[in-house]
Write a new protein. Structure first.
Length: 679
């Protein structure tokens, strides 16, 4: 055995270090740029860390951070109101960018602090980070200011702050510049008709540069706070010379007894709602294990027919634009509640509902008041308190279940709408839509489309006809400038009972979607629709009615936006032509034929009655005169009334769905309503 294989190799020779001449060595005593000893360690005291790194406390030095200073002071005043100690808050913006916020609460204590007997509690709060009355929960059950840095940070970043405290029938005053008191708190004198805290400040241009307060932004902030707590009145005033937006008043009294419901109605305006009114309420959160109160919540929800969905949430009047655990509980309550309602109504498809299906059709506001909330960061944009999710879900779920049970018609309508959204989402997941390509940009038009020449979609229309024969007559009868014709091969696929594979592979339907140009599912865009009206034009017989039903089912399931937008119509071709000499009239059906024979023609006179076997058999002149010419034709608009959504969904499922027994039952129930069955 070779021992060299297991021996430890000798370490390589170390290179000779380069020796630096003594003159080139850094001298710590000279504290040069390369020195690093105890003298290089800085200790920032008081509010100096805030002025050095404002971004750590308010997110930066931009316009948003600038207005965050106003939010911090206003939040403290709101905490007094929510705690039941204040009813009125005055917000005043003056020339020189001075903002004054005053409440009629208890007033910040001005007596000496036990740990700092040489300073008042007011000075400790305004000059010491993490000092405040909201840690123990003794002064405030719930509050927005939680970290004890709000007022002190504003003081640090203000070039000047003037504080007045009306407390115990005495007025106290103290002035600060860039976080440092110019003198101790002084007693100004007695007051009998005033109490609370007033803070007047202006941000430091050394920190923020040339930024200024926006009256519009401050007014919206005050308005949102007034909406969030019904018991507060905020009196807004602003120097008129500062206002650039005509919608912003110089003075206003903001008080909203309806709370979030008033706010949501104000924002929605004339937006189309799915239900007749929004659902709003408030409730105490479930008590804790020790029986103690955990807080309360308020909500307002509008279910929208269409339009952008949104959820605005708050915790202790603090906006949480990034959501958090309270929003999680909110979503869970709605999903579980609606699924449970679906089970009660024997709607198995309700099990497919997800939070996205519901949240995508609501505009809502949620406000919670809880003890010791945890936020993500000092700017409090996201609630992270783990217990909030279960508290909100439990409280809201109980109320939601009661609301659904107390409003069955609206509950069914809501369920049907959300089920539609869920099924549309599942279809999008399983199929890939044919990418939209404008038919005018292709060398080959989709299917057998004969297009019109006018480019303005609102002034054009497309006729969907059965077969080449009817298509030939329609092409000759049309107005080439405004009317397009797309022949379809007989009876199209029944999308209500077909599998997704068949739907994806059906060329007729793909050609139809491509001709319309607006896409389907998540790619649907009504603004890209190539025709203002889509007109189903089929024979005036049973087969024609069946084909029209199949087409309407397709639009209802795959392109409901076109129906909601009022784009889908049914043409009404006549079944008979009645002629006597040079006089001709048209009759829509047997009843209309008999009525016109008696009313239009002389009794016992000879009238030639011609029955059209189909559109393909109808002379183009007759087709144009009766069915395609806007001056003489009759069109029926296809609609789905929002209040009948549940009924419509059920009827389509019964008549067009996969279960033949449902159709058989419908025929049995309505057989006695048939007067004449044309076979």
């Amino acid at each position: 055995m070779n021992d060299d294989l297991f021996s430890t190799p000798a370490p390589p020779a170390r290179p000779t270090p380069h020796k630096v001449p003594p003159a080139a060595m850094p001298d710590p005593a000279k504290n040069g740029p390369d020195s690093y000893d105890a003298s290089a360690i800085e200790v920032l005291e008081g509010l100096e860390p805030v002025r050095r790194r404002p971004g750590m406390y308010i997110g930066g030095t931009d316009e948003t951070a600038y207005h965050h200073l106003a939010s911090e002071i206003l939040d403290n005043a709101m905490d007094e109101a929510v705690a039941g100690h204040a009813t009125t808050i005055d917000v005043t913006l003056e020339a020189g960018d001075y903002l004054t916020i005053r409440d009629n609460g208890r007033g910040i204590p001005v007596d000496a602090h036990p740990r700092f007997p040489d300073r008042s509690a007011l000075e400790v709060i305004l000059t010491t980070l993490h000092a405040g009355g909201k840690f123990s929960g003794k002064a405030y059950a719930t509050s927005g200011g939680l970290h004890g840095v709000g007022s002190s940070v504003v003081n640090a970043l203000a070039s000047r702050m003037e504080v007045e405290i009306a407390r115990d029938r005495a007025l106290w005053r103290q002035v600060y510049e860039r976080g440092r008191p110019l003198a101790g708190v002084e007693k100004v004198g007695p007051v009998n008709n005033r109490r609370g805290t007033q803070i007047r400040f202006t941000p430091d241009p050394e920190i923020f540069g040339r930024l200024h307060f926006s009256p519009a932004r401050l007014y919206r902030l005050c308005r949102s706070k007034a909406f969030l707590f019904r018991g507060v009145t905020i009196r807004w005033s602003c120097d008129p010379a500062l206002i650039r937006d005509h919608d912003i008043p110089a003075e206003a009294v903001l008080h909203f007894p309806g709370g979030l419901a008033d706010s949501l109605r104000d924002e929605l305006g004339e937006k189309a709602a799915l239900l007749t009114d929004l659902w709003a309420g408030d409730a105490d959160l479930p008590t804790g294990p020790d029986g103690a109160d955990t807080g309360r919540m308020e909500w307002a929800i509008a279910f929208l027919e269409q339009g952008p969905a949104a959820l605005a949430s708050y915790c202790n009047t603090i906006p949480t634009p990034n959501g958090g655990t309270h929003e999680t509980g909110f979503r869970n309550a709605l999903v579980k509640g609606l699924r449970s309602w679906g089970e009660q109504r024997a709607n198995k498809r309700a099990a497919n509902i997800t939070a996205d299906d519901i949240m995508g059709c609501i505009a809502a506001k949620l406000s919670v008041f809880i003890r010791d909330p945890q936020f993500q960061g000092q700017t409090k944009e996201k609630l992270t308190s783990s217990e909030a999710s279960k508290l909100v879900e439990t409280a809201l779920r109980d109320r939601f279940d009661h609301w659904l049970a107390g409003n069955p018609p609206q509950a069914d309508n809501l369920l049907a709408f959300v089920v539609e959204r869920a099924e549309e989402r599942l279809r999008r997941k399983e199929q890939k839509d044919t990418p939209r390509k404008s038919a005018t940009r292709r060398l080959r038009l989709p299917g057998k489309l004969t297009d019109c020449t006018r480019e303005n979609a609102a002034e054009t229309e497309i006729f969907l006809v059965e077969g080449d024969s009817a298509g030939g007559s329609a092409k000759q009868a049309r107005n080439r400038e405004t009317q397009a014709v797309l022949p379809l091969r007989g009876k199209i696929l029944n999308v209500a009972s077909a599998s997704n594979e068949k739907l994806r592979g059906n060329q007729e339907l793909r050609d139809l979607v491509e001709a319309l140009g607006c896409g389907t599912g998540e790619r649907f865009d009504a603004s890209k629709l190539r025709y203002g009206r889509i007109i189903i034009m089929t024979d005036a017989d049973v087969d024609g009615a069946h084909i029209a039903s199949l087409l309407m089912t397709f639009f209802y399931r795959e392109l409901p936006g076109l129906i909601r937008g009022g784009h889908l119509y049914l043409a009404q071709p006549p079944l008979y032509r009645l002629t006597q000499g040079s006089k001709s009239v048209y009759a829509m059906d047997d009843t209309d034929r008999e009525r016109k024979l008696k009313k239009v023609f002389k009794p016992n006179s000879k009238v030639e009655v011609s029955r059209f076997k189909g559109l393909g058999e109808m002379p183009p002149a007759d087709l144009k005169q009766t069915t395609m010419d806007p001056k003489h034709r009759t069109l029926l608009k296809v609609i789905t009334p929002p209040e009948d959504r549940a009924f419509t969904l059920e009827r389509v499922e019964h008549l067009m769905g996969r279960k033949a027994e449902l159709r058989f039952r419908f025929i049995q129930e309505h057989a006695n309503q048939v007067d004449n069955l044309d076979v």
